[in-house]
Design a protein around this ligand. Structure first.
Ligand code: ZN
Length: 311
């Protein structure tokens, strides 16, 4: 696995607990997006399954080879591609499999990524297993925010929260990946402290696209380009990103405006306008995410509404 420096303290803590046979059988890893929590629990699973002692997978033994080929019989990842929730059927599979014997005679691992996606029924079905999973069985749960989990789940897990790295740390890490890139500030402003997302972005022409979009957007909001002309830039694959850029641009714009406005009333008016604009964007986003929606048309009518609001 790649070396993620912001996860090394947690790795160290868990390794020590494992060595002292104190590692909890149900771990909940809370980390924001782009911090590598999925890679981390997969790595942890490989380490627990590996035939060598310790929590670091050797990469050589039979277990590690099965793991690498994606066919380890004692690893189960409770997820369905594209599914919006983790249904009770999937959790019942976890429960049933946890009651069978380990096939390689070592640990059994169950990973539940984005466990906040469990329905209430799923969560309830898991409780008993979470409490008493059986010999050498580990449940590894991840979430972006533990506030979205039921207290019954939380109370049965040992929780660890990953702190996002500082910008300088991310910058150094990206450099270590062999990427020669000097102007990070724009990327970081957009992705906050998510190093994996930042890395993806600096590998592509994301920044050029962003700059072009912003320049165009400025023309729209200052009336130098019509909503129709502007909306021709609609990107079917990255429309969510385009909406993020709009919100971000409005926020920047508000910050600048607030500095100029001296009266409370004028400042309040600007804030109100911003919340109106943001609401328009959020509403359009929801409409676009509905299946079968005409995204381009929604985008066009959003641009038109923004134009009207700003005149
Ligand atoms: Zn191994």
């Amino acid at each position: 696995m790649q070396n993620f420096p912001w996860l090394s303290t947690l790795q160290q803590t868990l390794s020590e607990q494992f060595a002292q046979q104190r590692l909890h059988h149900a771990l909940l890893i809370e980390a924001g997006r782009g911090l590598g929590k999925r890679e981390f629990v997969l790595n942890l699973a490989a380490g627990l399954l590996c035939e060598t002692t310790g929590l670091i997978a050797c990469g050589q033994c039979k277990s590690c080879q099965l793991f690498a080929s994606g066919s380890h019989p004692d690893l189960f990842i409770a997820e369905e591609p594209e599914a919006k929730s983790i249904g009770v059927d999937l959790i019942r599979q976890v429960v049933n499999k946890s009651q069978t014997k380990s096939q390689l005679g070592r640990a059994k691992i169950f990973i539940i990524p984005d466990c906040e996606k469990m329905t209430e029924g799923s969560a309830n079905a898991l409780l008993k297993t979470l409490e008493e999973p059986g010999q050498d069985t580990y449940l590894l749960l991840t979430t972006e925010s533990e506030s979205r989990l039921l207290p019954t789940i939380l109370s049965r897990c040992q929780k660890y929260k990953v702190a996002p790295p500082k910008l300088l740390e991310i910058q150094n890490w990206i450099k270590e990946q062999g990427i020669d890139f000097t102007d990070y500030s724009d990327v970081f402003e957009l992705v906050e402290q998510a190093p994996l997302i930042a890395l993806e972005l600096v590998k592509t022409d994301f920044l050029t696209q962003h700059k072009r979009f912003l320049a165009d957007f400025k023309l729209l909001i200052t009336g130098r380009k019509s909503a129709f002309e502007f909306s021709l830039n609609f990107d079917d694959k990255h429309y969510e990103r385009q909406l993020d850029w709009m919100v971000n641009a409005f926020n920047q714009w508000l910050k600048a405006k607030l500095k100029q406005e001296m009266t409370d009333a004028n400042q309040a008016a600007k804030r109100l306008l911003l919340s109106d604009l943001t609401l328009l964007i959020t509403t359009s986003r929801k409409q676009m995410l509905q299946s079968g929606s005409n995204k381009k048309l929604i985008y066009q009518s959003l641009c038109l509404s923004l134009e009207q609001k700003l005149r």
